[in-house]
Design a protein around this ligand. Structure first.
Ligand code: HEM
Length: 404
């Protein structure tokens, strides 16, 4: 059987939590368009080369319309949850409507705003670290800092008061962890969240503040065609869904990778100016980002020398692409000063991460505050004992046990 005839099981298992599967290098080399079998039993084509992944993410013929009749289902028990609910359809997924939505929401994520948010984030991180230190060592850095911080930040940007943050954290967890909670709990959380957000949007219309929802309302008045109440509500939900678990896991993985070889942590202690590039390199080097980006092909197209028929479902592995030696020198090494670093961890093209400036700022702040407050930080278990969580969408470490 030739390499191209093999059907690999996907996701491909890796030997260790922080290591990439050995298969990636083999596929990039010899089988850049690989046939894989998804957890649902359906087949898809897996892309692992940088240029191919980038090309597909930039090409509108590869859509996000995975509800097409002949599109591959990702998992067997795909209840679809939030992503295929009527709510998710409120924000257009492509074309003019999607661009308009991106333009309106994207206006808020300016460099000036990110700079203004820094001290707020620093204070949040300080507080969470204080609480962690008070509870004593060892501690799980993911649960103590990684999980709460991004939810607090999203609450802040939506103008949700600090007193309601923990309810938001619960809703976010329930909406995303469809397997951990029963359907009744998920339905109840969704209903509570919708009710909260519609009251919140109404309150902001009556009395706008400085938050993103208020800015969207004010911007609409200025240029006419703004977002409806329902669109505002769903935008809030989309930001929570897109920005919580991703960032929470990335905080855990970043700290895990930097402590796994403590000379990395020591380089940062010796030279704090490396924080910015170290964050980018952590994003690139992350071997466990989750499923990758699925796309559904509307018409026959060639990728990496292979003709893909209409109706193909493609999985773009950004993490495999991020290790492509033809783009990154010594791609298998973590180089904290690497620059430029055009990794694909935030995707690329029309859907690339809208919150990437915010995510970067959060990661930088977390690292700066940890280096300052807990310079003696180290893993509390051997690296081999770190465990992965294989969420359907976002990957991460189940815990990041640390001491100081
Ligand atoms: C380290 C953390 C994060 C990672 C790795 C990440 C990654 C991604 C990726 C790969 C996409 C592309 C999805 C696709 O093409 O189908 C995306 C989209 C998106 N992200 Fe992020 N993200 C992160 C944090 C955030 C944050 C903090 C927010 C906002 C609060 C956010 C908001 C969004 C939104 C709204 C989209 C959809 C954009 C669109 O469809 O036009 N993300 N993100």
């Amino acid at each position: 059987m030739s390499q191209n005839d093999q059907v690999l099981h996907y996701p491909i298992p890796a030997e260790a939590a922080l290591e990439p599967p050995a298969e990636w290098a083999r596929l990039r080399q010899g089988c850049p368009v690989a046939r894989v079998r998804l957890p649902s039993g359906d087949e898809a084509s897996l892309l692992t080369r940088y240029q191919d992944v980038k090309q597909v993410l930039a090409d509108p013929r590869f859509t996000r319309l995975l509800n097409a009749d002949d599109a591959a289902r990702l998992s067997a028990n795909e209840s679809g949850g939030l992503f295929s609910s009527d709510m998710a359809q409120v924000i257009p997924d492509g074309g003019e409507g999607h661009q308009r939505w991106r333009r309106l929401v994207g206006r808020w994520f300016t460099a000036k705003r990110m700079a203004a948010l820094r001290p707020v984030m620093e204070e949040m991180a300080e507080q969470l670290i204080d609480d962690m230190v008070k509870r004593g060592r060892p501690a799980d850095l993911k649960a103590s800092l990684g999980f709460p911080l991004p939810v607090y930040v999203i609450c802040d940007l939506l103008g949700v008061p600090a007193a309601d943050r923990d309810r938001f954290a619960y809703w976010s967890d329930t909406l995303l962890n469809l397997t951990r909670f029963g359907q009744a709990e998920v339905d109840a959380a969704q209903a509570e969240f919708f009710q909260y957000m519609s009251d919140h949007v109404a309150a902001k219309r009556a009395r706008p503040g400085e938050d993103l929802i208020s800015e969207l309302i004010k911007g609409a008045d200025a240029d006419g065609g703004g977002l409806s109440d329902l669109e505002l509500l769903v935008t809030g939900m989309a930001l929570l869904v897109a920005g919580h678990e991703t960032t929470a896991n990335m905080i855990g993985k970043m700290v895990g990778m930097l402590l796994a070889d403590r000379s990395r942590w020591e380089s940062l202690l010796a030279d704090r100016s490396l924080v910015r590039t170290a964050v980018e390199e952590s994003l690139r080097f992350d071997a466990n980002p989750g499923f990758g980006l699925p796309r559904y092909l509307r018409e026959e197209t060639e990728v990496g020398g292979t003709v893909l028929p209409r109706g193909t479902t493609v999985i773009c592995s950004m993490a495999a692409a991020n290790r492509d030696e033809s783009v990154f020198d010594a791609a298998g090494e973590m180089d904290l000063g690497r620059s430029p670093n055009p990794h694909l961890s935030f995707g690329s093209g029309a859907h690339s991460c809208l919150g990437q400036a915010l995510a970067r700022t959060e990661l930088q702040v977390v690292l700066e505050v940890l280096l300052r407050r807990l310079p003696s930080l180290e893993l509390a278990v051997p690296v081999q004992e770190l465990r992965k969580v294989d969420g359907l969408v976002v990957g991460g470490l189940s815990e990041v046990p640390v001491r100081w």
